[in-house]
Design a protein around this ligand. Structure first.
Ligand SMILES: Nc1ncnc2c1ncn2[C@@H]1O[C@H](COP(=O)(O)OP(=O)(O)OP(=O)(O)O)[C@@H](O)[C@H]1O
Length: 655
């Protein structure tokens, strides 16, 4: 085994001797599909990227000094600038992403005692083996690249896509001990300070949440889930309540400093097909996180529950596939629309040769089986993409079926691999001679992945009226509660003013004034009840009016008392108005009668013929009738004044 913590020193320039031919991998049937594989064309000696110095972060771009250090000078001019995502990505607008799986190769630094390897990184896209030829990928890093540089070229642009509403998936693939956990989690577990892609991504994600949120038009919600697949069973790494004392395998939990796994989850989770998400892990916890510190605290906690163990190849080997899922909901506070997209960060367990320990052997068998299933899925997808690019239907040769169901890992990655996510794989390799067969397998996997086409649509915009989003529904309900509380306090205020309103003589003016409008608004919540009450009042009013319309001579004080009893509070004011109206009419009648009488007296001096004409015109009758009306109105007024007095008496205790 390689001693840990071996200091890496600069390597002198030389070409290693050709290694013995490697046996074909059992998981690879043919090499004919390796479109990336070419015979090496080197003519001069090129040292591997180990010649570059260890990254002296902070940030350096992918075109920085370290890159040129491992390149032969003659090739400098031919370097194609690598795109941050797949180099053939043709994302034509903001709603679709077209490209292939982005593939990056990260060689593990070789200890100085193991220089006799045949792998050379010749440019930022190419790795060459003396016998097996040249492999080209989107990114081929120097062995001394820092996690920060990888994050800059891979994760950062993917998180930018996440904010645009695309799902994004990054998974680390490679043989055991080749540096997957080092890449994803960082060197925290080994006491180092090279933060991995997960903590760096989380920091960037929250800095963007704050930056974009400052503008005030958008708000964000971040939910974390963390699961592991161990021996073909899925466990929730955040669900501490279902954890009981169990294994004593050493933990290399990120940032945990390599404590011990003192608990194991007993709640195996099931996968279900889901019309919305494609595949769903039932009962998986989602933890809302407000800051990167909080989110990383949960990941560290989950990580301490992850199954790890010492193996023949790695002192702290991950025995499970671990997947961090970060769901970002981006809401436009102005129009209420939102998009939910998910960032999946996967640290897969590494393929390995059989080991002496029975428990590790069993785990290794599960790991290899699931990685084989992933390899087969990638291989079939690659074949489909190649067929499609040649204009052939993928199903034409009957190979259209993709065996996602062969393992839990492929089931969970199914939505991502079948077009629901932008995907990047970081393939870690160990360039030492004894790992050559595994490294070749990894590069074959990477070559096939490079061929897999992706056509990813942005996640759909959800409208708050869809009612799909529970947070939006809660916000809506809160708003309704707030409105109702306002209404209640308005009603209370209005109720307190009731007697005042009556005292002020609300009547005709109230019926047309703002009082009615306010009352109408306030009535809304209990409109049915108020309508019923209104009906009763109307009925009472009609009755009162009928009584008034009766010949008032018949009205006795007892009738008036009855009327007053029936009168709802406030109707007295109506009567008062009515009396005033009648009095005004009476004054007009009196004036009119007076005029008629004047005319009558004037006509007495006229001729008999004129008198007859007047009589014929019915004026006399009219005068008589008006006199009668006057008398009647006088009586009505007397009755109403009496009613008013009664009303005043009746209302007195209320004032
Ligand atoms: N790029 C690197 N620079 C320095 N050390 C590294 C690098 N990659 C891996 N190592 C070291 O190699 C050892 C194995 O790495 P790591 O645990 O990340 O491998 P792995 O691929 O996750 O293995 P497994 O599949 O068994 O879990 C660790 O001690 C780690 O610190």
């Amino acid at each position: 085994m390689i001693p840990k913590g071996t200091p890496y020193t600069r390597r002198s320039s030389h070409v290693s001797a050709p290694s013995t031919p490697l046996p074909p991998s059992p998981s690879v049937r043919s090499t004919s599909s390796f479109s990336n594989l070419r015979r090496p064309t080197r003519t001069n000696s090129i040292c591997s990227s180990a010649a570059s110095s260890r990254s002296s972060s902070p940030l350096r771009s992918s075109t920085s000094k370290s890159e040129t250090q491992f390149l032969p000078p003659r090739r400098l001019t031919t370097i194609k600038r690598t795109s941050s995502l797949s180099s053939n990505n043709t994302s034509n607008n903001n709603t679709t992403y077209r490209g292939t799986i982005t593939v990056a190769i990260r060689p593990k630094p070789t200890p100085p005692t193991h220089f006799s390897n045949s792998w050379l990184v010749t440019d930022p896209e190419t790795i060459v083996h003396d016998d097996m030829g040249e492999f080209k990928f989107d990114h081929v890093y120097s062995p001394h690249v820092s996690n920060l540089e990888i994050y800059e070229s891979i994760n950062k642009p993917m998180i930018d896509k996440l904010f645009q509403g695309f799902n994004a998936t990054v998974f680390a693939y490679g043989m055991t001990g080749s540096g997957k956990t080092y890449t994803m989690m960082g060197s925290g577990g080994d006491g180092g300070d090279d933060d991995g892609l997960i903590p760096l991504s989380v920091s960037y994600l929250f800095s963007k949440v704050i930056e974009v949120g400052l503008v005030g038009e958008r708000k964000f919600d971040v939910l974390l889930s963390y699961l592991e697949i161990y021996n073909e069973r899925i466990y929730d790494l955040l669900d501490s309540e279902s954890l009981v004392g169990g294994t004593t395998t050493p933990s290399r939990g990120f940032g945990s400093g390599g404590g011990r796994n003192e608990s194991v989850s007993t709640n195996e989770l099931k996968i279900r097909d889901d019309s919305k998400y494609g595949v769903r892990v039932m009962g998986l916890r989602e933890q809302r996180c407000e800051s990167s510190e909080e989110l990383m605290k949960w990941i560290r906690r989950g990580d301490s529950h992850r199954k790890t163990a010492e193996t023949d190849y790695n002192a702290r080997s991950s025995r499970s596939h671990a997947i961090v899922l970060i769901r970002l909901t981006n809401t436009n506070v102005i129009d209420g629309t939102s998009i939910s997209s998910t960032l999946s960060l996967c640290d897969l367990a590494g393929s390995e040769r059989a080991t002496g320990q029975q428990e590790r052997r069993k785990e290794g068998a599960f790991i290899n089986k699931s990685l084989l299933a992933l390899g087969t899925v990638i291989s079939k997808l690659s074949a489909e993409s190649t067929a499609a690019s040649h204009g052939n239907s993928p199903n034409a040769n009957g190979n259209g079926h993709i065996p996602y169901r062969d393992s839990k890992l492929t089931r969970i990655l199914q939505p991502a691999l079948s077009g629901d996510s932008i995907v990047t794989t970081i393939c870690t390799i160990d360039t030492q001679k004894e790992s050559a067969a595994e490294t070749l397998n990894t590069l074959r996997f990477a070559s096939r992945a490079k061929n897999v086409s992706l056509h990813v649509n942005r996640k759909p915009l959800m409208n708050s009226t869809d009612g799909n989003d529970k947070d939006q529904r809660i916000a809506k309900l809160n708003k309704i509660i707030e409105e109702q509380q306002q209404l209640i306090s308005q009603l209370k205020t209005n109720g307190g003013n009731k007697s005042v309103g009556l005292g002020l003589g609300l009547g005709v003016s109230t019926a047309h004034g703002s009082g009615v409008r306010v009352t109408k608004e306030i009535m809304n919540p209990n409109i049915t009840l108020l309508r019923a009450e209104n009906k009763v009042l109307k009925y009472k009013l009609e009755n009162c009016e009928k009584l008034l319309d009766k010949d008032t001579l018949e009205l006795q004080d007892s009738d008036l008392t009855e009327i007053v009893d029936m009168l709802p509070a406030g109707v007295g004011s109506l009567l008062e108005t009515k009396i005033q109206g009648l009095q005004s009419q009476l004054r007009q009648y009196r004036r009119y009668v007076g005029q008629l009488e004047t005319q009558l007296s004037l006509t007495t001096s006229r001729t008999e013929a004129d008198k007859e004409n007047y009589v014929a015109a019915g004026k006399n009758d009219e005068i008589q009738e008006l006199r009668r009306m006057l008398e009647r109105k006088d009586k009505i007024i007397t009755a109403l004044q009496s009613a008013k007095r009664m009303r005043d008496r009746a209302l007195k205790p209320m004032s």
